[in-house]
Write a protein that binds this ligand. Structure first.
Ligand code: NAP
Length: 288
């Protein structure tokens, strides 16, 4: 079994980005990311800190606009996003999810200028991701990171049986789409899937994004499968674990991601990639 090292792949992605950022700097352009956070969700705060720290290390400017839930409404957030859309000094807008339940997330995402949508959550960017690899541009960061991981380890996707467990709009579904774009034969499982194990056992590539500790046990995995665990959970000892029973599944898999150190660093690296891409696109379109 070989460990799929997300940190190593992220480091390689940063080396490439440094070259692009240096060429932008020569043109006196330093990309700027604005993160909007509503509420005090602890996990969100730690993700935001890591996104801002990595931005800083790469020389990308970042700013956090933080609000108490009672301070904001959907309309107020949309007005803020419209202001950031017009602000030429802002190249990237990220609304940290989850938003409180009184805010209507789809309307908020819809307000983001697709050229600044570095999470790849707007219908425009999701639509482009839907079309084909050729059109994928600002793709959702977590699935994009997994594609970078598979590419780095030269894991062939074309013609393979891929099973994605989890079908959320932001993670599982775009992951499945990006695998179809690369011509895997894809099954996307969700909470209503009957006989989950029947599907997972067929997988040459198994990608899990649910949020349930030990959902995937060794008997559900084909010998020699590539297993990518996106899930994040806290076990009874407060330790971060994924959705896959790592100890037992790693004995059957040919490749497997650890948690932490797998999908997490790649999501952040893909965000940085998207910030650079968005800035370059704005430059090309004469918007900055
Ligand atoms: P989500 O929006 O809650 O979606 C969970 C998905 O899992 C849904 O599609 C749900 O089905 C499906 N599901 C629930 N129970 C299931 C079961 N027993 N069998 C099969 N499918 C089941 O979560 P998400 O945002 O996609 O995130 C999923 C996990 O990945 C979470 O643990 C999250 O923290 C983690 N994550 C990690 C990163 C990272 O950077 N490492 C990034 C993103 C997400 P329905 O659609 O039918 O409800």
């Amino acid at each position: 079994m070989k460990l799929l090292d997300g940190k190593k792949v992220a480091a390689a992605m940063y080396e490439k980005l440094k070259v692009e950022l240096a060429s932008l700097k020569k043109k006196k352009i330093i990309p700027k990311l604005v993160i909007i956070q509503v509420g005090d969700d602890r996990a969100s705060l730690s993700y935001i800190r890591s996104k801002m720290k990595v931005s800083q290390n790469l020389g990308i400017k970042s700013e956090l606009l933080k609000f108490a839930p009672k301070e904001v409404t959907t309309e107020k957030l949309i007005r803020l996003i419209n202001r950031l859309n017009r602000d030429k000094s802002v190249n990237a807008i990220l609304v940290q999810v989850p938003l409180p339940s009184h805010i209507y997330e789809p309307e908020v995402f819809k307000a983001i200028n697709p050229y600044k949508d570095v999470d790849g959550f707007t219908a425009y960017n999701l639509g482009k991701t839907f079309l084909s690899t050729e059109f994928e541009e600002l793709a959702p960061c977590t699935p994009l990171g997994i594609i970078r991981l598979l590419d780095y380890y030269k894991i062939k996707v074309t013609g393979k049986e891929a099973v994605v467990v989890g079908a959320s709009n932001l993670t599982g579904k775009p992951m499945a789409l990006m695998l179809i774009n690369r011509r895997a034969t894809v099954t996307d499982c969700h909470s209503k899937t009957r006989n989950l194990a029947e599907h997972t056992r067929r997988a040459d590539i198994l990608i899990v994004a649910v949020g349930k500790e030990k959902l995937i046990t060794a008997d559900m995995v084909k010998k020699g499968a590539v297993v990518v665990d996106i899930g994040i959970n806290r076990n009874k000892d407060g330790k971060m674990v994924g959705d896959v029973d790592f100890e037992k599944v790693s004995k059957k898999a040919s490749y497997i991601t650890p948690v932490p150190g797998g999908a997490g660093p790649l999501t952040v690296a893909s965000l940085m990639e998207n910030i650079c891409k968005a800035t370059l696109k704005q430059l090309k379109k004469g918007l900055i």
